[in-house]
Design a protein around this ligand. Structure first.
Ligand code: DQA
Length: 140
């Protein structure tokens, strides 16, 4: 099983960015643990702060991988281009958020991409990514 995790803007700063919300682990350290926990799954990882680069990566893997786990960061709340991209792909996409966006500011309650995704996981810290992969496996 091939899974691509894609992180959007500012998620390269995990561990340093608002640790009271996003925790103090770097994503790279979490990814090492995750790969050990799921030895049967090939987990690739991409991060970009640029909307078009996220779309390029999704188009690149979206017809061959078994699933995409996408934390689009703030683009979640604004990007019709990401929604259109997700709709165009063969691979299922699971929307992920580290924080529970529904407990936070109102502008984070609206997602432009949920309607195109297989499912949504939020609020479980970095473990949201593992839960999303479990969801893809369960659904395949
Ligand atoms: C986030 C939530 C978004 O509202 C925010 O813009 C992020 C991170 C999360 O993982 O909790 O950048 O997607």
């Amino acid at each position: 099983m091939n899974i691509m995790i894609i992180n959007g803007p500012n998620l390269n700063l995990l561990g340093r960015r608002e640790p009271e919300i996003y925790g103090s682990n770097s994503f790279e350290a979490y990814l090492d643990e995750l790969r050990k926990k799921m030895p049967d799954v090939n987990i690739d990882y991409y991060q970009s702060n640029i909307e078009g680069e996220l779309i390029n990566k999704m188009q690149e893997v979206g017809f061959t991988y078994d699933g995409i786990v996408l934390n689009a960061g703030a683009y979640t709340h604004t990007s019709i281009a990401l929604q259109d991209c997700i709709r165009s792909l063969k691979a299922p996409v699971v929307e992920v958020h580290i924080s529970n966006v529904h407990k936070r500011e109102e502008f984070r309650h609206k997602s432009m991409i949920s309607c195109a995704c297989l499912g949504v996981i939020c609020g479980f810290g970095l473990d949201s990514y593992r839960l999303a992969i479990e969801g893809i496996i369960f659904n395949s």
